[in-house]
Design a protein around this ligand. Structure first.
Ligand code: NAI
Ligand code: MG
Length: 358
């Protein structure tokens, strides 16, 4: 049987990034080897805060051209204690997302079998969401500036940018995502009472786009009330769309409500497929546990599954996630989920489940 070969760029970067990306590649290679339905070729890019400190650049000249040749990017985390966070974020992660127009950031969350939500009344199945985050403009457009630095009258502006084009394309993507899920329910989150320009545009565009999706039920929430609803009535939500900042915050809350930030994946998608999309765990470089071998690799396994689904390998994606869930059910959990297993032990257990697929 002929099988497709996918070329994957791996950027492990900082902190626990290299630990979880190594685990992810191990699992992906085991899956490809066991299923024999597709092949993967990894190219490692050692771009990190260390290279930044040595060379002044996160991405070397020509780096983006090299990345563009791959089918997908598997990213770890960026951030170091001795580099300001806005420098590392804009130097590496956003320096890829923005030129590659990865405008849709997709963050699924659910409670895995064998894990527990910190919410007392919430069990597996009650919380099963996909958060769609606008990933190219809004509050993180990078517009603004600082004047009179260091003076008592210093001013700084951080201007949120909302274009009709940008809002329309993320809204359409969110409706399409909702349509593909059984409940066909989309909650549009804004703050259009206080933010009376950009967020009102969101509401108007949501209404326009909804006419193209009569089969999707639309629901509107203000972001502050949304945090309460996520905690108190998680079962009433399914697909959620929000601006760059709002969805960033809501998705960290979502990950915590599902048990740990150590399980949650993110996809940075260019839905036009002109550029490769980038897949990463939600979490950061986690300085407090770097090098201890205890980082939870589950977020990266789920990330890898999302990457396979985007590449068209839906069956393999589902099988990988099922193997991960089985391992959680067996109680092989890292400390963030209340267990004692190491990164290596969880990875070995997932690989053992993958081998059973043959
Ligand atoms: P963080 O996600 O790195 O850590 C928050 C807490 O969650 C820590 O206690 C950490 O130990 C724990 N944690 C995170 N991932 C885990 C895993 N896989 N297994 C077990 N526990 C895990 O967020 P924090 O501390 O705010 O940021 C640290 C650095 O990471 C900063 O430089 C920040 O800018 C960067 N960062 C980078 C991101 C990215 O590359 N996409 C995303 C978030 C933060
Ligand atoms: Mg975040």
């Amino acid at each position: 049987m002929s099988s497709k070969t996918y070329s994957i760029a791996a950027i492990p970067a900082d902190g626990i990034g290299p630990e979880v990306i190594a685990a992810g590649i191990t699992a992906l290679n085991a899956l490809a080897d066991t299923l024999q339905t597709f092949k993967l070729e990894f190219t490692n890019y050692d771009w990190s805060s260390d290279t930044y400190k040595q060379t002044g650049k996160y991405i070397p000249d020509g780096g983006l051209d090299a990345l563009k040749k791959h089918d997908a990017i598997l990213f770890g985390a960026v951030g170091a204690p001795d580099v300001p966070d806005h420098v590392s974020l804009w130097g590496l992660r956003l320096a890829i997302c923005q030129p590659f127009q990865q405008y849709a950031n997709v963050r699924p969350t659910k409670i895995f079998r064998g894990t527990e939500s910190p919410l007392r009344r919430c069990s597996t199945g009650d919380l099963d969401w996909v958060i769609v985050r606008e990933n190219s403009e809004g509050e993180y457009a990078g517009q603004g500036g600082r004047s009179h630095r260091g003076k008592p009258w210093e001013i700084a502006t951080e201007t949120a940018i909302f274009s009709r084009h940008g809002v329309e394309r993320i809204m359409r993507f969110a409706f399409e995502t909702a349509r593909k899920r059984p409940r066909k329910l989309l909650t549009v989150v804004t703050k259009s009472n206080a933010q009376r320009n950009g967020m009102v545009l969101w509401d108007e565009v949501a209404k326009d786009v909804s006419l193209e999706f009569p089969d999707v039920t639309v629901d509107k929430m203000l972001v502050d009330a949304m945090t309460a609803r996520m905690v108190l009535k998680p079962e009433t939500l399914d697909t959620i769309v929000a601006s760059n900042l709002h969805a960033d915050i809501l998705s960290d809350l979502a990950a915590a409500l599902a048990g740990s930030i150590g399980i949650a994946p993110t996809s940075n998608l260019d839905p036009t497929r002109e550029n490769p999309s980038m897949f990463e765990p939600i979490h950061g470089s986690a300085f407090d546990i770097t090098g201890l071998g205890v980082a939870n690799p589950v977020a990266t396994f789920w990330t890898a599954a999302e990457m396979l689904a985007w590449l068209g390998e839906e069956d393999a994606s589902k099988q990988l996630l099922e193997c991960v869930e089985k391992v959680c059910e067996q109680g092989v959990l890292t400390q963030d989920l209340g267990g004692k297993a190491t990164t290596q032990q969880v990875t070995d257990a997932v690989v053992a489940e993958i081998r059973k697929l043959s």
